[in-house]
Write a protein that binds this ligand. Structure first.
Ligand code: SF4
Length: 266
């Protein structure tokens, strides 16, 4: 199948602002499934609420556009009942890690075979530019006109500590790496997390005077570096990109099958 076969053309043009990073992520996701030649009948896309969650409207998979913060809970239910399907859960930073924070931690802990793609643009875009747990300290937002005083946290470290068996990070600037990491995450058997640092020029960019989408993507390029690079040793403030965790552990649905087997013998 070609990339265009995975799109619902009838829902275009999309609702995203010009230059929004979510379009870059949609492109990478489509290229990843096209490379894997997965039948669209074997993919379930699940999202919560937010600009990023509109992705499920544009992909011609089985899709569920659910409620705020609960995408992973819905995806867990689908996966438990149809473990042969590929579950791809697309979320924004607030959806995944504020409202959905508990679901995120426990999906990781269970090692259920879901692919979680977190589009981290550090803002609630759809509702008007409120700061999120990923905004960071000293940021301007509609709910922080005198700058945020909250500190953010590291998605990679949180996912790793919670037990995710595949953890990666990239940015919308790094288009090929984005496709490669989504593909590897889909192939991974277990809970996989791909953080994609993305630009919201309309709110985060405008409020914080970061320029247009191109300038914001250049900023993503200039503030990140591959894991273990010499540049990181010279400048510890650089954010690392690549695969941080890739390990095998028993997958939740397979383990649950064993419980059913033991119960039916008992
Ligand atoms: Fe994208 Fe921000 Fe516009 Fe939402 S508000 S569509 S995140 S640019």
């Amino acid at each position: 199948m070609a990339v265009k076969d995975y799109i619902r053309e009838r829902f275009f043009p999309h609702i995203w602002c010009a230059g929004c990073g979510h379009g870059n992520v949609l492109s990478a996701l489509l290229r990843a499934v096209e490379q894997l030649s997965i039948s669209k009948n074997e993919i379930v896309g699940v999202s919560g609420i937010g600009c990023s969650s509109r992705i499920t409207g544009y992909v011609d998979f089985h899709t569920l556009h659910t409620i705020h913060g609960r995408a992973l809970a819905f995806a867990t239910g689908v996966k438990m009942s149809r473990p042969e399907l590929n579950l791809i859960v697309t979320m924004g930073d607030g959806d995944a890690l504020a409202i959905g924070g508990n679901h995120f931690i426990h999906a990781a802990r269970r090692n259920i075979d879901l692919t979680a793609i977190i589009m981290n643009n550090r803002i609630y875009g759809m509702t008007g530019g409120q700061f999120s747990p990923l905004s960071g300290h000293g940021i301007l937002a509609t709910t922080a006109p005198y700058q945020t005083i909250d500190h953010d946290f590291d998605i990679v470290k949180l996912a790793t500590a919670a037990g995710a068996t595949f953890v990666a990070r990239t940015t919308t600037y790094h288009a090929k790496q984005m496709t490669d990491l989504i593909r590897d995450a889909i192939l991974h058997e277990g809970f996989s997390v791909v953080e994609i640092m993305a630009q919201c020029p309309t709110y985060f960019g405008r409020k914080n005077r970061l320029g247009d989408a191109v300038e914001m993507m250049e900023h993503l390029k200039n503030t990140t570096t591959p894991i273990g690079s010499k540049a990181k040793q010279e400048n510890p403030d650089l954010i690392e990109r690549g695969i941080f965790v890739q390990k095998e552990l028993p997958e939740y649905c397979s383990e649950y099958d064993k419980v059913i087997e033991r119960a039916s013998k008992g």
